[in-house]
Design a protein around this ligand. Structure first.
Ligand code: COA
Length: 182
C-alpha cells in the first residue's frame, strides 16, 4: 500500500518509478542543489536514490520515508521530503525537504516539516526529530525555526560540497517539545 501524508495543500506519498524524471529535474537544477548535501550528480546516483526510496517503501521494518511532494488537486510534482530513522538509534529521525523553485516562498516547506513532525512524534513515537542545513541556507534555517525546532549548534566545514566547504547548522525537537499546533 502506498504510504501518504496529506496536509492542507499537499500530499506526500511514496516515490514511484515514474518519479525518476522528477528527481532528475531536481538534481539538474543548480539553484535547488546548491546547498543540498545529497549526491545526485550522475544518472546512476539519481536512479539509485529512487530505487532506494522504492525498496524502503516495501520493507516491513521501514526506516526511510522518501516521499514525493505533490500539490493536492493537480497532483503536480513540487519536490520531495524525507524522514529517515537513524539506523543506530530508532527513536531519532532526520527530516528534510527539497522543492522545485516554482514552489518556493509559499510556506510549503513549513507545511511539509510540520507534517513530518506530526507523523514522527504521533505515529512513530519518536523521541527526537532533527534537521540540518548549510549555514548559508537561510531559507531552510528559517523553516526549521518557524516550525519550533531548537538551534543546537554548527558543525564547521565538515564536507566539501561541490564548490564550498559546508558548515551545517543543526536543529532539533524532542517529543516533549512537540505541539501539534506549533
Ligand atoms: C529551503 C526551501 C525548502 C524552503 O522552501 P519554502 O517552501 O520556500 O519555505 P517556506 O515558504 O515554508 O519558508 C521559507 C521562509 O524563509 C524565508 N526565506 C526565503 N528565502 C530566504 C533567504 N534567502 N533569507 C532569509 N529568509 C528567507 C521566507 O521568507 C520564509 O519565511 P516567512 O514565512 O517568515 O516569510 C526551498 O527554498 C528549497 O527547496 N531550496 C532548495 C533545496 C534546499 O535547500 N532544501 C533544504 C536542504 S537543508
Amino acid at each position: 500500500m502506498v504510504f501518504s501524508l496529506t496536509t492542507e495543500r499537499l500530499i506526500l506519498e511514496d516515490l514511484d518509478g515514474q518519479d525518476l524524471a522528477n528527481i532528475q529535474r531536481i538534481a539538474s537544477d543548480p539553484r535547488v542543489m546548491h546547498y543540498v548535501f545529497i549526491w545526485l550528480e550522475t544518472d546512476e546516483q539519481v536512479a539509485g536514490f529512487v530505487r532506494h526510496a522504492i525498496d524502503e517503501s516495501l520493507r516491513s521494518d521501514r526506516r526511510d520515508y522518501l516521499l514525493a511532494v505533490r500539490v493536492l488537486g493537480t497532483g503536480a510534482f513540487a519536490g520531495f521530503a524525507m524522514l529517515e530513522i537513524d539506523p543506530k538509534q530508532a527513536t531519532t529521525a532526520e527530516a528534510g525537504y527539497i522543492l522545485l523553485p516554482a514552489y518556493w516562498k509559499n510556506g510549503y516547506a513549513s507545511e511539509i516539516l510540520r507534517a513530518l513532525l506530526a507523523f514522527g512524534f504521533d505515529e512513530l513515537s519518536l523521541h527526537r526529530v532533527y534537521g540540518k542545513c548549510d549555514e548559508m541556507n537561510l531559507a531552510s534555517a528559517h523553516v526549521m525555526e518557524k516550525c519550533g525546532l531548537t538551534y543546537e549548534g554548527t558543525v564547521r566545514e565538515h564536507v566539501w560540497l561541490r564548490d564550498h566547504w559546508r558548515s551545517s547548522r543543526y536543529y532539533g525537537m524532542l517529543a516533549e517539545e512537540y505541539s501539534p499546533s506549533g
